[in-house]
Write a protein that binds this ligand. Structure first.
Ligand SMILES: C[S@@+](CC[C@H](N)C(=O)[O-])C[C@H]1O[C@@H](n2cnc3c(N)ncnc32)[C@H](O)[C@@H]1O
Length: 225
């Protein structure tokens, strides 16, 4: 082991799907948006505790801490990712905690408490996880809380049995499902940003614009954003 490796935390053996160890572009878009929005900065400063769901390495949550948020809670279902989150909080001098939270575990979500600001970046990549995710939000978003949700529109490539050719789906199915489930849960939504991706991603044809959406139980909570 080299000397510089000493500070790197040992990673547990329980590997989920590893994707949380990558920083996804939506995280950058969300951070950039938060840095440049005065109402969001005010929201960050007024929040008692900020929660990031499916945080991966937790860049948006860590940024909130660096912007003087009172407390930050980073979560993910992957234990090795949570270990990295914990280390990132420490390395950046951010007051907060990192803990394991799987959206399928309603009891764990209920125990976490209710938050007045929730951050999410790039969490809609599988329709199968959307319902559990919304059920979690119902438990952790406080009555006057706001959720900021960054997403990159993607369309899956599926197999057209008739033409026996691959085809690009018409819509981003997980996003459509999420918006429908959020509506059913009586969450209000406001679109705060649409940002075009880099040319090389557009050329690929499967990855589209970035969105930053805000959700709240009270419509008025979205008015100032
Ligand atoms: C595409 S990554 C995005 C990571 C990070 N938010 C970012 O933007 O860089 C999706 C994240 O969701 C987490 N995740 C997936 N399924 C989950 C579940 N059922 N419960 C909690 N986290 C989950 C993954 O471990 C991963 O960290």
């Amino acid at each position: 082991m080299q000397e510089s490796d000493a500070a790197v935390p040992a990673l547990p053996d329980t590997v989920k799907d590893d994707i949380g160890l990558e920083v996804w572009q939506s995280s950058h878009v969300l951070c950039d948006f938060m840095m440049h929005s005065q109402p969001i900065k005010e929201l960050i400063l007024s929040a008692t505790d900020i929660l990031e769901l499916g945080a991966g390495v937790g860049i948006p949550g860590v940024l909130c801490g660096m912007l003087d948020a009172r407390a930050v809670t980073l979560t993910d279902y992957d234990a090795q990712v949570v270990a990295v989150e914990r280390e990132n909080l420490r390395l950046n001098g951010v007051t907060g905690r990192a803990c394991q939270l799987d959206w399928r575990d309603r009891d764990a979500a209920a125990q976490l408490g209710a938050f007045d600001l929730i951050l999410c970046a790039d969490l809609l990549y599988a329709s199968a996880r959307v319902k559990d995710f919304v059920e979690t939000v119902k438990l952790v978003l406080g009555p006057s809380g706001t959720m900021l949700f960054a997403h990159q529109i993607r369309r899956a490539i599926t197999w057209d049995k008739g033409k026996r050719l691959p085809k690009l789906e018409e819509v981003d199915a997980p996003l459509e499902l999420f918006q429908a489930e959020a509506g059913r849960a009586s969450l209000f939504m406001k679109q705060l940003l649409v940002k075009e991706p880099a040319q090389h991603a557009r050329d690929m044809g499967t990855e589209g614009s970035f969105l930053v959406l805000a959700f709240a139980w009270q419509r008025a909570a979205l008015d100032s954003l």
